[in-house]
Design a protein around this ligand. Structure first.
Ligand SMILES: NC(=O)c1ccc[n+]([C@@H]2O[C@H](COP(=O)([O-])OP(=O)(O)OC[C@H]3O[C@@H](n4cnc5c(N)ncnc54)[C@H](OP(=O)(O)O)[C@@H]3O)[C@@H](O)[C@H]2O)c1
Length: 350
């Protein structure tokens, strides 16, 4: 295609990614301003409450007089309402930017098409990307949050070729490591993509995991741990390594460091209710659920998942803790080093 639009829209996608999970509960947005085929300003939404991508891009333009002959590219429809910042539509109209290219519409009912409508009625030429899917996929979490008012849920586990997720203490004298280094790096990359990570009480106690992104670049997720009766040892990494943790428990434990907070959801069976509270009261927008099987089975049984990612090794161990029953879904399969990645996503925009 001769039009430069796809190239600059792709740049918007790259920029938007830089907001990472810090933008939650907002969407990731990137913007580029182009004058006569040259980028003269660009930016992204850096964190929730921070300036919108369009504002950062406009501010980056040194000679503002060029704006009246420029195109602004933005990965998501510009907003038309007052939130934590003024509407971006006003900014575009104020600077008389004559052409706007948009990656996809905003699913937020306060915006949804209204931003574009107002730009057009203000005399601005607005063009929508031919293929909105990459822009919707970029914000799979935000789209799901808007639609279902709960966090985006990813179930992830590692299993052996004969579908065991762990050795049992009574059966083997040593814990097994299931996947190899490339798969472990992939998991850390996944952790950087989602805002929080959840484990059950047994996983926290037996594995003493750190649940961070040390093998990849990116923010560490908030650890959410199910410890209803408050029995977990305070020396575990989730309490003592300085990272953020949220413990779902009936009772708060005093004298724990300030990075650890307690939340009593008042409900322990109905995950739809617990998730709505986590989203509504704590702005938890996405959760990577890393196990164990007990926790995974609950989400599978309640049909509460938007993605399932399984890392499968080629090794057989013959006994251990059985992996969750797999729902009959069209998984994609890819190799990763000596392991395999099976993935299924409900929120496909295609
Ligand atoms: N291969 C993998 O990818 C992977 C990943 C993670 C873990 N693992 C392995 O899995 C094993 C642990 O798995 P697991 O199935 O035994 O246990 P788990 O899922 O880690 O923890 C289950 C426990 O968490 C608490 N819990 C879970 N859901 C709850 C709810 N809705 N409300 C209140 N409390 C809740 C309960 O503890 P209480 O009843 O005691 O309060 C429950 O017994 C470990 O050996 C670990 O190494 C493997």
């Amino acid at each position: 295609m001769n039009s430069p639009d796809p190239r600059f829209l792709f740049r918007c996608l790259q920029l938007a990614q830089l907001g990472g999970t810090k933008v939650c509960p907002n969407p990731k947005v990137g913007s580029v301003i182009v004058h006569q085929g040259r980028i003269i300003g660009e930016g992204f939404h850096p964190y929730s409450g921070g300036p919108h991508a369009e504002v950062v891009a406009v501010e980056a333009v040194k000679d503002k007089s060029l704006l009246t002959q420029s195109t602004i590219y933005v990965s998501l429809e510009p907003c038309n309402h007052f939130g934590k910042t003024p509407p971006c539509v006003d900014l575009i109209l104020k600077h008389k930017i004559p052409r706007v290219v948009v990656g996809c519409l905003d699913p937020n009912p306060k915006v949804a098409g209204k931003g574009i409508e107002r730009l057009r009625s203000g005399g601005v030429e607005v063009i929508l990307a031919e293929n909105p899917i990459p822009f919707q996929e970029l914000n799979e979490v935000f789209f799901l949050n808007q639609q279902k008012k709960r966090p985006f849920i990813v179930l992830k586990w590692a299993e052996t070729a004969d579908r065991f997720t762990a050795s049992r203490k009574e059966e083997m004298s040593f814990p097994i490591k299931i996947t190899s280094r490339p798969a472990n790096e992939f998991v850390h990359q996944l952790r950087a993509r989602y805002q929080s990570i959840m484990v059950g009480c047994n996983t926290a106690a037996i594995d003493n995991p750190s649940l961070n992104t040390r093998l990849f670049w990116g923010d560490n997720p908030i650890r959410i741990v199910m410890d209803q009766s408050g029995k977990l040892d305070q020396n575990l990494n989730i309490f003592s390594d300085g990272g953020k943790s949220m413990i779902l428990s009936v009772e708060s434990v005093s004298n724990v460091n300030s990075n650890v907070r307690y939340f009593n959801p008042g409900e322990w069976i109905d995950w739809e209710k617990i998730l709505k509270k986590l989203y509504g009261e704590y702005n938890i927008c996405s959760i990577l659920i890393e196990g164990g099987v007990n926790l995974h089975q609950q989400f599978l049984a309640q049909g509460l998942f938007d993605k399932i990612i399984i890392l499968r090794s080629p090794d057989y161990i013959g006994k251990g803790l059985k992996a969750p029953d797999l729902p009959e879904l069209p998984f994609t399969i890819q190799s990763l080093g000596r392991d395999w990645v099976l993935e299924w996503g409900a929120n496909s925009f295609s």
